[in-house]
Design a protein around this ligand. Structure first.
Ligand code: LHQ
Length: 267
């Protein structure tokens, strides 16, 4: 267990679990939390023992987005300075989203409660979302006169289509977990008490698969949205050349031929 103030991070059996840990503010993002989460994600990237990452929240929420208390000085009547929104996003949020999307390991969001504003964007940046039945998503940005950020405009349109994304973002209404699953925003919804058992089992399973190939697959899936088929076919060929050199590929084929279960090492 690493020692942080605003998050907890622990690695066990190939799985790193990061828990956002400011339950009194529904795990809202203050500056410390973005710095600490970035540090924990660097660990996920560097540590070869980590073969799957899980993000979750302590208490009754996943994450309520930007901590509005922590920026209140900018809103006082006699405020001497204004928040530099673009710089704030570029320095605090965008690197986190890029790190998660660029991490060549599977990322699961265990959405234990409400995910609002940039907290929803964070959950959407994971590869797979498993939700507690009582969880929900709120594109809360509109309630404070802001634009959805941290990649949500892209991830939402991709997963649920333009019209649904527009309604969620314009109205900022709560989208309950089951409805989120129906429209393709989340993978699984389970009873609240079963969330971490389900997520741990899935994470353990992912952590024993060929991690390098999964990392390359993640790259291909993310690139697919912006390119022609011709270009993607060529990209797949290049990635396959890399995957084909991994020991897990050789192990997978040998295990098949020898009619036994493969033992993947992640490389
Ligand atoms: C909070 C928060 C919070 C502080 C609950 N901050 N305390 C980017 C660029 C730059 C600047 C701005 O932001 C961004 C990106 C963004 O994320 S913008 C969107 C920011 N987030 C929000 O606007 C969400 C605000 N929160 C809510 O709407 C509600 O709390 C939700 C819908 C998340 C949950 O509602 P409830 O379940 O009814 O809980 P609650 O409202 O009673 O909150 C419980 C406590 O948590 C309460 O504190 P208190 O001391 O009264 O018990 C809240 O003040 C605190 N809290 N969110 N973001």
């Amino acid at each position: 267990m690493s020692s942080f103030k605003t998050i907890q991070s622990a690695v066990e059996s190939g799985v790193q679990i990061i828990t956002l840990n400011r339950p009194e503010a529904l795990n809202a993002f203050n500056d410390d939390m973005s710095v600490e989460l970035a540090a924990a994600l660097r660990l996920a990237q560097r540590d070869e023992a980590v073969r799957c990452l899980v993000l979750t929240g302590a208490g009754r929420a996943f994450c309520s987005g930007q901590d509005l208390q922590s920026i209140k000085r900018f809103y006082e009547a006699d405020a001497a300075e204004r928040l530099d929104f673009a710089a704030h996003l570029r320095s605090k949020y965008n690197p986190l989203i890029e790190r998660l999307r660029g991490l060549e390991k599977p990322v699961l969001a265990a959405v234990n409660g409400v995910a609002a504003g940039a907290g929803a964007s964070l959950a959407l940046a994971a590869d797979i979302r498993v939700c507690a039945r009582s969880a929900s998503f709120v594109m809360a940005f509109v309630h404070v006169g802001l634009v959805p950020d941290s990649g949500a405009t892209q991830t939402l349109v991709e997963s649920i289509g333009y019209a649904r994304a527009a309604e969620l973002c314009f109205l900022g209404e709560k989208l309950p977990a089951e409805e989120a699953q129906r429209c393709g925003l989340v993978n699984r919804v389970v009873e609240d008490a079963e969330l971490m058992t389900t997520v741990n089992a899935l994470a353990q399973r992912l952590a024993t698969l060929p991690t390098a190939a999964i990392g390359l697959t993640k790259r291909a899936l993310q690139r697919a949205r912006t390119v022609s088929l011709e270009s993607q076919l060529e990209y797949e060929a290049l990635l396959q050349a890399t995957a084909g050199e991994t020991s897990d590929h050789r192990e997978g084929v040998r295990a098949f031929l020898e009619k036994r279960r493969p033992q993947y090492v992640g490389k």
